[in-house]
Design a protein around this ligand. Structure first.
Ligand code: AMP
Ligand code: MG
Length: 332
């Protein structure tokens, strides 16, 4: 039997190490990020690979049999033209661990997949919001835990999110274990103390604040704006990259995160939602897809049975689903 609290401790250790590296890389000039283009025009950087290696090394040591669903793989790094990228990743990971790591160790950590039959699976997005990361904006290191398809725990490290007690201090770690609530901790030890978080109590539509993607191609900005107009949501709209949106909603700083499906073909990827959903639920949020259906995380790497995602603090959830249906009656 795996203790979820111990698993989350290991995830926090791995993601915290990873955050030191991603911060270091983001602070360097844009040209040094080592951005490569993946299939579908998604960027991937040296920091994505270093982060995934550090997280999965920790899991492989402490929980070797847990099954892993991770965004990156070592294959692109092994290509001849990636030589300098590979060396940079190896250097970053070696510096982080204060030991020289070999290419083989690096490949093994990045590709670690545990036992595919394990009841517990971990989703790993080593840098969620890579486009935000490259812009110098928000991103998250996002690791979630699934128990036979149910999100039961999550960790979101948000290096550029302000701590709750100081607008000048950045770096937040949000954790949740099912049944144990959601918590916010400072990423840096000298930061504020930890606190339990929960969603906002606002219920009047006129006061609700909306969260949306910065990248317009990741959603359907027109549907979001039409919903704001139709329900007269006057709390404002804030655009933030990555699952930082889940953290912001879970700590009560916004009430609605609507991520409409971007295209008929697009299926959301599990690592973009499992940790956020586990944290949102532990903070008493409601989570469905844009049609009001429960999210089905049993379909592998992608959410094959859902259209988009809707997360709210609760009171207006059903009204929002009904409003979306009216605005977007033409379902696929
Ligand atoms: P966000 O910053 O909330 O827009 O989310 C970032 C995530 O959007 C990335 O991790 C990608 O997996 C995902 N993404 C990339 N392309 C698309 C797309 N066309 N539609 C929806 N999501 C996408
Ligand atoms: Mg992502």
């Amino acid at each position: 039997m795996i203790q979820l609290e111990s698993l989350v401790d290991a995830i926090v250790r791995g993601t915290t190490l990873a955050a030191e590296v991603t911060r270091r890389v983001q602070a360097e000039d844009a040209g040094a990020h080592g951005a490569l283009a993946k299939a579908g025009n998604e960027p991937v950087t040296v920091a994505d690979y270093a982060s995934q290696a550090l997280i999965l090394r920790e899991i492989a040591i402490r929980f070797p049999t847990v099954s892993i669903i991770s965004e990156e793989a070592s294959a692109p790094l092994r290509k001849k033209q990636s030589e300098s990228t590979l060396e940079r990743v190896r250097q970053l990971v070696s510096d982080s661990l204060s030991q020289q790591v070999t290419r083989e160790q690096l490949y093994a950590w990045i590709d670690h997949c545990g036992d595919k039959e394990s009841q517990i699976a971990i989703t790993v997005d080593p840098i969620d919001g890579t486009k935000g990361f490259l812009r110098g904006d928000h991103y998250a290191i996002a690791v979630g835990v699934l128990d036979v398809g149910t999100p039961v725990a999550g960790v979101l490290v948000c290096p550029n999110l302000e701590t709750f007690d100081s607008a000048d201090r950045k770096g937040v770690v949000v954790t949740a274990v099912r049944g144990g609530g959601a918590y916010e901790h400072p990423l840096d030890p000298e930061g504020a103390s930890s606190r339990r978080i929960r969603v906002s109590a606002r219920s009047h539509a006129g006061s609700l604040r909306m969260l949306a993607s910065v990248e317009s191609s990741h959603g359907d900005p027109k549907l979001v704006d039409d919903l704001i107009a139709a329900m007269d949501l006057r709390g404002g709209k804030v655009k933030i990259d990555s699952q930082v949106k889940y953290a912001v909603l879970a700590r009560g700083d916004a009430e609605i995160y609507l991520r409409p499906r971007s295209t008929r073909e697009w299926r959301d990827q599990v690592w973009d939602h499992v940790p956020g959903v586990a944290i949102a639920l532990a903070a008493s949020a409601r989570v469905t897809d844009q049609d009001g259906k429960n999210l089905d995380f049993r379909t592998g790497r992608r959410l094959e049975n859902n259209r988009g995602v809707l997360v709210t603090n609760g009171p207006q959830h059903d009204d929002i689903v009904r409003a979306i249906a009216r605005l977007d009656g033409n379902h696929a």
